[in-house]
Write a protein that binds this ligand. Structure first.
Ligand code: ZN
Length: 408
């Protein structure tokens, strides 16, 4: 990939994704796949005045070895070092960047129950830090190609060509053209216009229908708002773009208000495995029945991770005719696949989708119907013929999606 184009991408991530401020610390989490690009990101962050940029490298085969060889007790341990790291994050409010290049099959064969149990054991220690940090720092998830990931998407190409092709796909979907920063300004404005339209109607619920069998209604939170693209940090009011790419317009459902069956339109990559051809049926907001042709046990495990894992935490609208979907590729990666299609998420809801959320404590947000869980897992339900109708409190029906695309 051309160096100049990659530099533009790194600049986009630092300026528009993180919007690094003078004197801030930045933590970058990445795999070993693209060290030169990581260096470009580090440089762009320093150019914006970052005080310290820390890179936390990882390597999936080593992570897998930890999962395979360590005992549940050892994996569940929350060490003093980790406690200190979390405390520092709270004290310094560092920006955080994830450069995702994960091998979708990288954890195949690991004991997913052991991983789930370890995560469950660690969650109570992490939650207080996470609650303190929530919405207070800039973060961004962007992607770089990994060899295994590229091979998964393009199994017939030679490895170097596959990586190059995946770079092309990532940059195209991320709007890295001649002037990506300008492109993102325009994109953010378009997304904001859509949010305004939806928020003006104050829909009580959305009704989804599709020929594949989706027949589903989800109640929206009365205090909820639709959001998209960039957002502001709480307190410091810094505008940043948490996802590059991002096409979704999303809000939070009202906990306990979802009825009917949703059929997934793409496989779900969870804990390094693919759950395929599945559907979920909801009653009173709760997933009460699931079916999957492949890895049904994993899907069942996922929704029983904790009390909130069977309830919805997000409801996102994306046109079927979106840049990512138009590539025609299944990326096996949530950042891309979730931005290719209308989706729902099981688990934790976003408190910042509540109007004036800064006035509520985390507990109050939960009382207002925002779901709480240790998981937040998106699954895709958008299809070519999907109809979505917004229904207002007084029963007015407004077409929101027609034939898979925006009707507004
Ligand atoms: Zn989403």
């Amino acid at each position: 990939m051309q160096r100049e184009r990659l530099k533009k991408y790194a600049e986009l991530i630092a300026k528009c994704g993180l919007n690094v401020q003078k004197g801030q610390e930045v933590i970058i989490r990445c795999d070993l796949d693209q060290p030169e690009f990581v260096a470009m990101c580090v440089e762009e962050c320093y150019k914006l005045g970052a005080e310290r940029v820390t890179v936390e490298w990882s390597y999936m085969p080593v992570s897998k070895l930890h999962f395979d060889y360590r005992t549940l007790e050892s994996l569940s341990d929350f060490t003093e070092v980790e406690r200190a790291q979390w405390q520092r994050k709270v004290d310094k409010v560092s920006c955080q960047l994830w450069l995702d290049s994960d091998d979708p099959d990288g954890l195949n064969g690991t004991d997913s129950e052991k991983i789930s149990k370890a995560n469950m054991a660690r969650f109570p220690f992490i939650k207080p830090f996470r609650d303190k940090l929530e919405n207070r720092y800039q973060w961004c998830i962007a992607a770089v190609p990994g060899k295994q990931w590229a091979k998964k998407i393009y199994p017939d190409m030679n490895p170097d060509d596959a990586v190059e092709k995946l770079w092309e796909d990532i940059l195209l979907c991320s709007r890295v053209d001649d002037d990506p920063i300008k492109a993102w300004e325009v994109h953010n404005k378009n997304l904001a216009d859509r949010c305004r339209f939806l928020n003006d109607y104050k829909f009580e619920k959305l009704e989804y229908k599709s020929a594949d069998g989706t027949d589903f209604t989800v109640g929206l939170n009365p205090k909820g708002i639709f959001m998209a693209g960039g957002e502001y940090t709480l307190g410091s009011n810094i505008y940043f773009n948490p996802n590059i790419p991002s096409e979704e317009v999303f809000t939070i459902p009202m906990r306990g208000k979802a009825e009917g069956k949703v059929v997934a339109t793409k496989p779900l990559s969870y804990q390094g495995k693919l759950i395929e051809n599945f559907w979920i049926r909801f009653e009173n907001g709760k997933a009460v029945e699931v079916f999957a042709e492949k890895n049904q046990d994993l899907l069942e495990k996922m929704i029983s991770m904790d009390e909130g894992a069977a309830y919805l935490g997000e409801c996102a609208l994306i046109a079927y005719d979106s840049p990512i979907n138009n590539t025609g590729i299944l990326f096996y990666n949530t950042l891309f696949d979730e931005n290719a299609s209308c989706h729902l998420a099981l688990g934790r809801g976003f408190n910042n989708c509540l109007e004036n959320y800064e006035n509520y404590s985390v507990e109050e947000c939960e009382k207002l119907g925002v779901n709480s869980s240790m998981i937040h897992v998106d699954f895709m339900i958008g299809s070519k013929d999907m109809t979505i109708t917004g229904i207002t409190k007084d029963g007015k029906r407004v077409p929101v999606f027609k034939n898979g695309n925006w009707a507004i």
